[in-house]
Design a protein around this ligand. Structure first.
Ligand code: PEP
Ligand code: MG
Length: 578
């Protein structure tokens, strides 16, 4: 059995049949086609088939995900109906007496080259849409099955193998059949991993070269704990692997039981375990009975897939809905964190050389008061329905926090003027996700009502390691001592100021580090819903008083490996305890 290594993004075991999404950028075969009428006919049939396919996907996305996600397919259908564009392809096929799919490929390449030189982000996104539509058409014409989603829909236990998956591509997948994801690119916080975690499906990322190893339909065994994928295992290996899967299933049942109960350490210290939400799927699936509330509501999705900003009422509808459904439990709504890896064409943000260090998040909101006010008013109005709190992302200075809080005051004032209800005592906190905020935590703790550590970004900025770049993922490590010490510093400032502090980045659900967070006095952990039961169960096995002096040693260790070995030993003991 050939085994390839990757990084376990969403932990678990999975066995199934490989369905490979290939890049699709390769040229189709070019051949002479003298009978142009026949080519035209083939084109019309493919166009009709794609139209029906997109219409179905549009309906499915609207039903399963949300209207915003469905819009991409409506855009695809418009492109597909663009007679002027396809007439050029047909003319080319005729004049060169070649097959229509090759003519479409060439025409598409010309258009992409033209768009590439443009600075406008919106237009570049449209170019990607045109490319996707052309790929679908070419796949349909050449019968090369460009649409892997259709293939995935015909296999029962699917392991999706791709270079990477876009949000639009994931819509197409019949998620009930998918057992695992394996991607060549992406880091542990990529879209695919976040989606996989939300669905409770194992995902392995950064498995370089896997696509080249597969023809499709191979049996794969994915161990996302060890970060390995095995191709075509022999019978004995497969059966041992399936036993592991069974054991895992039993554990999952235990986790489900723990999710609905309060999480208390052995010595009675209570920790809230909440969920992160950030797309229509996770909002729909939110179940207040299975967690202690929403610890991070990423609001970006409300702004995505649209031609312009959502207005206050549209936002209030979304925030108010989750506040009501949380039945009084905490809902921390993070103000817009756009920029960096998340761009919106209608915001007109010029291309930046270093978008992660650029015009984003709170910087952008403070610079665009009308956008910020609409969101703050909507959040405040939602606070009338439950335990809503406001959280600012990417805070770097005290002045930023003060200015942002002044904006909240202004929004409150205008709501009072309009006679609209809201919670006057709403808590206003910050994400601690920059080294600047960590170093300034003592001052910030005096003016923020709570801290939530955004470890995804904090690790990136502390270690100067792009969280999406798999080449440098070995440095992007939560057990890096600088990261752990930064978190200890933040925790100490929060504890001495008497404010709650939590973690809402991916490390909140990292079992290995749970003892560290407990020892530092964490009051809440927020994570993807599928991880809540596992972490609550584990919290119930930790003795805070006993573990705290042991954890002190971690901060003096000399390597990531040493930290991991030590914490691994602690975790084994916790898991073995009855
Ligand atoms: C983080 O940075 O840890 C975080 C939770 O925010 P995001 O992943 O949305 O940047
Ligand atoms: Mg962040």
């Amino acid at each position: 059995m050939k085994t390839l290594k990757g990084i376990g993004g969403s932990k678990g075991y999975a066995a199934g049949t490989a369905v490979v999404k290939r890049g699709g950028s390769e040229a189709p075969e070019r051949y002479a086609a003298a009978d142009h009428a026949a080519e035209e006919d083939r084109f019309k049939r493919a166009q009709a088939a794609c139209e029906a396919h997109f219409a179905e996907l549009e309906e499915r996305a609207a039903r399963d995900i949300g209207a915003a996600e469905a819009e991409i397919f409506s855009a695809y259908r418009m492109i597909l109906g663009d007679d002027a564009f396809f007439k050029k392809a047909l003319d080319r096929a005729k004049s060169e007496s070649i097959n229509i799919e090759y003519a479409i490929y060439e025409e598409c390449r010309d258009v992409l080259a033209m768009f590439e030189s443009m600075d406008d982000q919106y237009l570049r996104e449209r170019a990607a849409d045109i490319e996707n539509v052309c790929r679908e058409l070419i796949g349909c014409l050449s019968g090369t099955g460009g649409d892997f989603a259709v293939e995935a829909g015909s296999v029962n236990d699917v392991i999706v193998v791709a270079e990477d998956l876009t949000p639009a591509e994931t819509v197409k997948l019949d998620k009930a059949r998918i057992r695992g994801f394996v991607t060549e690119r992406g880091g542990v916080t990529s879209h695919t991993v976040i989606l996989a975690k939300a669905l409770g499906i194992p995902a392995l990322v950064g498995v370089r070269g896997i696509i080249g190893e597969l023809a499709g339909k191979e049996t794969l065994i994915v161990d996302a704990y060890a970060g390995t994928v095995g191709i075509n295992p022999d019978a004995a290996t497969l059966s041992e692997f399936m036993e592991n899967c069974e054991r895992e299933k039993k554990l999952q049942a235990e986790y489900a039981l723990s999710a609905g109960k309060p999480a208390l350490t052995l010595d009675g210290f209570h920790i809230d375990v909440l969920v992160n939400t950030g797309d229509a799927d996770s909002i729909k699936a939110f179940d207040a009975q299975k967690c202690d509330g929403v610890g991070l509501f990423r609001t970006e999705f409300v702004y995505m897939g649209r031609a312009d900003y959502p207005d206050e009422d549209a936002q209030y509808e979304v925030y108010g809905d989750i506040a009501r459904r949380a039945s009084g439990k905490e809902v921390i709504i993070r103000t817009l964190d756009i920029g960096g890896d998340k761009q919106l064409s209608y915001m007109g943000i010029p291309k930046e050389d270093n978008p992660f260090l650029g015009y984003r998040a709170i910087r952008l909101c403070l610079d665009r008061p009308e956008v910020f006010q609409a969101q703050l008013r909507a959040i405040l109005r939602a606070s009338a329905h439950g335990g809503v709190k406001i959280m600012f992302p990417m805070i770097v200075t005290l002045e930023e926090l003060r200015r942002a809080k002044e904006c909240v005051e202004r929004a409150k004032q205008s709501l009072r003027g309009d006679g609209l209800p809201f919670n006057e005592d709403i808590a206003v906190g910050i994400m601690v996700e920059t080294p600047a905020a960590a170093f300034l935590a003592d001052q910030l703790a005096k003016e923020a009502d709570f801290f939530s550590i955004g470890s995804n970004d904090l690790i990136q900025y502390v270690t100067a390691t792009d969280r999406m770049n798999e080449r440098v993922q070995y440095l992007y490590d939560s057990c890096n001592l600088s990261v752990l010490r930064a978190i200890r510093m933040v925790a100490a400032s929060a504890v001495s100021a008497g404010i709650p502090w939590g973690i809402c980045g991916e490390v909140a659900s990292d079992e290995l580090l749970l003892s560290v967070w407990v020892a530092l006095g964490v009051t809440e952990l927020s994570m993807t819903p599928s991880q809540v039961g596992k972490i609550k169960r584990l919290i119930g096995r930790v003795d805070k008083a006993k573990i705290t002096p042991e954890i002190e040693r971690v901060f003096e260790m000399r390597s990531i490996a040493e930290v991991k070995e030590f914490l691994g030993g602690l975790l084994r003991k916790l898991n073995e305890a009855e």
